[in-house]
Design a binder for this molecule. Structure first.
Ligand SMILES: C[S@@+](CC[C@H](N)C(=O)[O-])C[C@H]1O[C@@H](n2cnc3c(N)ncnc32)[C@H](O)[C@@H]1O
Ligand code: SF4
Length: 339
């Protein structure tokens, strides 16, 4: 297992022990008394699919998105209704996919969550650069979103071409961002692309902080074997050297390191759905970390939508319904570990 995979696992579980995957799950999720709980909602739709991307996503259609949101709302209600009183949670993050494609339903999703949870530290959403428009940002602000994270990948045309993405114009982005301030404006970059140098990355970091970001996430390129990516992979040592150079540069500039890959220029700027003790995930592929459990929801968007919660488990076994209440939250895997 690579160093990066090991670090990510330890970061997720806060344990050096390995995962033990079991094909089982608890019907009742023990989140009611979890301190520092964060919420995550996955919206798996994109306008086009990037070959390098490992996330759970499908091409957007209005009809599929509406069906997905309907099932998501059921899942939120089903989980929330187990609480006897409203529960305080730190944050709510929308990830994807491209969650803004569900924009007409964002208010309804947030309102449904707020029926059960009190969000104390704000709401975040991931944006594709194409979504950074004055009207979209106004809509997000009016829905109560306080943090945005924009998937830049690189400001250099050359590396956007390597990834098969369109160029992003920093100045145009800055102009739009200046019209709608958010507490956190994070920009995502991918490093360790073929022949990429520290000078290239320094230019990206500077361009981000000069054009409206107060936080950056700079991830090493990972060639996930199940994607169709043809991007050549940089050697481990070279990757490590780049990360060390990025870190030293950000420290010299006075930015604080907020996780392995993230840096912020202002103390209040934070963007992470996972660097917390406990989190509850809704929607396909969403993960849940609670006490000694790590759960992953199904990766099938279709299966996620098709499940119709019934009231009794026995009905499900008799196939009277597509699945029962418990099955709706059935993860593809459960990992147990001791902290
Ligand atoms: C869900 S996407 C961001 C939002 C939006 N869908 C977009 O593409 O702009 C999350 C981020 O994961 C990172 N990412 C995706 N695939 C990656 C890979 N193979 N290796 C490293 N980082 C990757 C990218 O930086 C991307 O912005
Ligand atoms: S990188 Fe973003 S836009 Fe591209 S497929 Fe992944 S989630 Fe969709």
């Amino acid at each position: 297992m690579s160093l990066i995979t090991n670090l990510t696992r330890m970061w997720l579980t806060r344990s050096v022990k390995p995962f033990i995957f079991k094909n089982e799950y608890d019907e009742v999720l023990p989140f009611a008394d979890c301190e520092g709980l964060g919420l995550y909602v996955h919206i798996p739709f994109c306008r086009s699919i990037c070959s390098f991307c490992p996330y759970c996503k499908v091409l957007f259609s209005q009809e599929a998105c509406q069906r997905y949101v309907d099932s998501l709302l059921k899942e939120i209600r089903m989980t929330g209704s187990r609480l006897t009183e409203k529960k305080k949670v730190t944050s709510l993050y929308f990830g994807g996919g491209t969650p803004v494609l569900a924009a007409p339903c964002l208010n309804e999703i947030i309102d449904t969550i707020k029926r059960y949870f009190i969000i104390t530290e704000g709401i975040g959403i991931e944006l594709h650069p194409d979504d950074v428009t004055p009207s979209a940002l106004r809509m997000l602000k009016s829905a109560g979103i306080t943090k945005i994270s924009i998937g830049i990948q690189s400001f250099a045309k050359k590396y956007q071409a390597v990834l098969g993405r369109k160029p992003v114009r920093a100045a145009a982005l800055a102009e739009v961002l200046s019209q709608a301030p958010f507490e956190t404006v994070s920009m995502d970059f991918i490093f360790a692309l073929p022949s990429q140098t520290f000078e290239d990355l320094k230019a990206d970091i500077d361009a981000a902080f000069q054009n409206g970001a107060n936080h950056i996430a700079i991830y090493p390129f990972i060639d996930f074997s199940f994607t169709s990516s043809k991007v050549p992979v940089m050697g481990k040592k070279e990757k490590r050297r780049l990360l060390d150079q990025i870190t030293a540069y950000c420290m010299k500039k006075g930015y604080s390191r907020t996780s392995i890959w993230t840096f912020s220029s202002q103390p209040e700027a934070r963007y992470s759905s996972m660097t917390r003790d406990n989190f509850l995930g809704f929607g396909c592929s969403a993960t849940t970390l609670l006490k000694n459990q790590f759960k992953i929801n199904t990766f099938s968007v279709e299966e996620s939508c098709a499940r119709k919660p019934s009231l009794r488990k026995s009905d499900c076994k008799k196939r009277a319904f597509t699945s029962c209440f418990a099955c709706v939250r059935k993860p593809v895997a459960t990992a147990s570990f001791k902290r």
